[in-house]
Design a binder for this molecule. Structure first.
Ligand code: TXA
Ligand code: MG
Length: 328
């Protein structure tokens, strides 16, 4: 709150020093701040804070959890988050700051929210080329998860007014930094497999990448949210080793129980966690991937998951549970 004025703080502010300071404070407090980049505006939240990441998905109104890009100020900030390889270093030297996102293995020391990467063992990272946002990232001192700052299914925003129109009532601050220079999203390049794969074409061309690291593949199905979901594209999504039973009302003694809402009585089972005792779907989303991993232990026969209501982030939770329940 602005102590010198008794009106509500302005949502849309020019990204000057004071606004950047306020943005950093909001982010550190788990709030959402829209920020400019050279590609499109991002909807930022503290990537190490599960609740902040859940709030990003809720604000976008997405019926699915799509993994988010993690933004940092400089390469050293990535050392604790991802596992570098030679190709990544070469590309980073050449194109960062800039419109390239690299998907790399998540480091064991990474403190990034599992929800931000939708439970995957990889992380998508990039250093955006916008001086205001670089300053914001430095002031915040934390990696920032940032999907494009538009409501689900809408076009990515290239001006602060687009963000205000799409998400104005759902963010705590929109940092205005002009019209974005590139205007399309970053190229998403996965370095997880043998052959580098372009998961989403964007601001850096395939040729520019191939000139540096040799042949790359292009994923047949774009993983962009405006493209229709193709069945193959979900193959890499996280699923527990144990069989999953959704909409369960009871649990076997050899199963783990993942509850939701107040539990009445005692359940006899091998392990037990609750996504949200107060029955809050945002809290449940924040806990989902971390709790599934905690319960996914050898020796148990399965994980039984209580019914999750179909409103707000409940849709995305149910979508993910349904996918995880289908054995490949
Ligand atoms: O230009 C951009 O990239 C903008 C600005 C704000 O940085 N951000 C952006 O984020 O477009 P978003 O969330 O709308 O798109 C992220 C893309 C999605 O296609 C997602 O599937 C992919 O990156 N992605 C993120 N993490 C991934 C991962 N671990 N593995 C594979 N794909 C990933
Ligand atoms: Mg997007």
């Amino acid at each position: 709150m602005n102590p010198t004025s008794n009106s509500a703080p302005q949502i849309l502010q020019a990204a000057d020093a004071a606004a950047l300071q306020r943005g950093a404070e909001l982010l550190r407090a788990g709030k959402l701040v829209a920020f400019p980049t050279e590609t499109v505006y991002g909807l930022g939240g503290d990537a190490t804070n599960d609740a902040a990441v859940a709030a990003i998905y809720a604000a976008k109104g997405r019926p699915q959890f799509n993994p988010l890009i993690i933004h940092v100020a400089d390469m050293s900030a990535l050392d604790a988050l991802i596992i570098w390889d030679d190709r990544a270093r070469i590309l980073a030297q050449q194109f960062w700051p800039g419109p390239l996102t690299l998907v790399l293995p998540r480091a064991p020391t990474s403190n990034i929210s599992l929800l931000a990467s939708a439970g995957l063992d990889s992380l998508a990272v990039r250093i955006p080329a916008h001086s205001a946002t670089q300053e914001l990232l430095r002031l915040t001192g934390r990696p920032i998860a940032g999907p494009s700052a538009n409501a689900s299914g809408k076009l990515s925003p290239t001006t602060p007014m687009h963000v205000a129109q799409s998400l104005g009532d759902k963010v705590d601050l929109i940092l205005a930094g002009g019209k974005t220079r590139v205007g399309v999203e970053s190229t998403v390049l996965s370095l997880i497999g043998e052959t580098p794969t372009i998961l989403r074409p964007g601001g850096i061309s395939r040729e520019d990448i191939e000139n540096l690291i040799g042949p790359v593949m292009e994923a047949s199905a774009a993983v962009d949210e405006t493209a229709p979901a193709s069945p193959g594209m979900m193959a890499s999504h996280y699923a527990p080793e144990l069989p999953l039973r959704v909409n369960a009302n009871e649990v076997a003694a050899t199963e783990a129980w993942l509850g939701f809402g107040p539990e009445i009585g005692h359940r006899h089972c091998a392990a037990k966690l609750n996504l949200s005792e107060r029955g809050d779907v945002d809290e449940a989303a924040a806990n989902l991937f971390a709790m599934l991993r905690q319960l996914d232990r050898p020796g148990l026969t399965g994980i039984a998951v209580a019914p999750i209501p179909m409103h707000g982030l409940g849709l995305a939770i149910n979508d993910r549970l349904r996918r995880a329940a289908v054995r490949p």
